[in-house]
Write a protein that binds this ligand. Structure first.
Ligand SMILES: Cc1cc2nc3c(=O)[nH]c(=O)nc-3n(C[C@H](O)[C@H](O)[C@H](O)COP(=O)(O)OP(=O)(O)OC[C@H]3O[C@@H](n4cnc5c(N)ncnc54)[C@H](O)[C@@H]3O)c2cc1C
Length: 273
């Protein structure tokens, strides 16, 4: 958890504006009572690679600014920024976020951050994107990047949530999947949804259980129709740190290793807490 600290002799507002720009919230959409997406104006000259995150700041009534990391969900060419967020119980930022409305201001750090980007992979044919909860967000941006569709033969998005009402972004994902079937020579997108607490099923690609269980018992790969291998598969994992730690262990047992600056590997990760 981090907050801005005012420098001596410098008012907090001035300090905020040194590092951030103040942007206007243009829309707020609630998927459930705890899950929302919002859009805001994009800072002039703001550069990011799909998969990266922004640091957002909200100012409390006391004047204190709270800032947190949020993955960018929007496509790189859009003139707005979009984020997909959860309201966590007793979270300081979440409390402010719950009050957010169109017309409000949000501080956006001028720099984008993060290394969970597709350009980390120097080779590979299949890109597996494994998300829990709002860890879906960066993959929404990545899937709107045409270069990713050219780079890989298969794109697989696995979104794991507790109940099916938490399966956000379905209309956009369906249209991306339709587009993939129409595109000649481009990648094929497979969408897999997994729920851990309900047994509602909306088709063959709806699984039940945690990502780690579905990997260990082979259900995930058989649903997708091709295996995860060192040669062909590259993986991105985002969201719950427990899922990421356990999945890293499963992949390590299969001879896979994380991408490092000096040594290309098979997976990259982003822990949300
Ligand atoms: C690199 C990075 C990118 C992130 N991107 C996103 C994003 O795109 N969307 C998003 O919703 N959050 C994202 N987060 C988490 C976000 O920064 C905040 O931590 C979170 O939204 C809660 O802030 P808070 O002050 O309300 O509560 P905090 O006091 O910061 O968190 C309280 C507790 O809530 C739980 N928690 C925190 N984040 C989540 C989460 N996303 N899902 C479920 N439980 C959580 C943890 O148990 C945490 O200890 C990201 C975090 C990091 C490090």
């Amino acid at each position: 958890m981090s907050t801005f600290t005012a420098l001596p002799h410098m008012p907090t507002a001035d300090k905020n504006m040194e590092k951030n720009t103040s942007e206007i919230v243009t829309s707020v959409h609630y998927w459930t009572d705890k899950l929302l997406s919002f859009r805001c104006t994009r800072p002039p000259g703001y550069v990011f690679t799909p998969g990266q995150f922004a640091r957002l700041g909200l100012v409390a009534e006391s004047g204190e600014t709270f800032s947190r990391a949020y993955s960018v969900t929007s496509a790189v060419e859009e003139d707005a920024l979009e984020f997909y967020l959860v309201l966590v119980p007793n979270g300081q930022f979440s409390e402010l976020l719950a009050k957010l409305q169109p017309g409000d201001s949000v501080l956006v750090d001028k720099t984008s951050y993060g290394f969970m980007t597709a350009d980390r992979f120097v080779d590979g044919e299949d890109l597996w994107m494994l998300a829990t909860g709002t860890g879906l967000g960066p993959f929404i941006s990545i899937l709107q990047d045409p270069s990713v569709w050219k780079k890989f033969r298969n794109l697989v998005l696995v979104h794991c949530v507790r109940t099916s009402e938490e399966l956000a972004y379905q209309p956009l994902l369906s249209s991306l999947s339709q587009r993939s079937q129409l595109t000649n020579g481009g990648a094929r997108l497979t969408l897999v949804q997994a729920t851990t607490r309900d047994t509602v099923s909306n088709g063959a690609q709806h699984l039940h259980g945690r990502i780690t269980t579905l990997l260990e018992n082979g259900t995930l790969e058989s649903a997708v129709g091709h295996p995860i291998t060192v040669d062909a598969s590259r993986l991105m994992m985002c969201g719950n740190p427990e899922m990421i730690t356990a999945t890293r262990e499963i992949l390590a047992q299969r001879g896979m290793r994380p991408c490092r600056r000096a040594a290309p590997g098979q997976f990259v990760t982003e822990d949300y807490w």
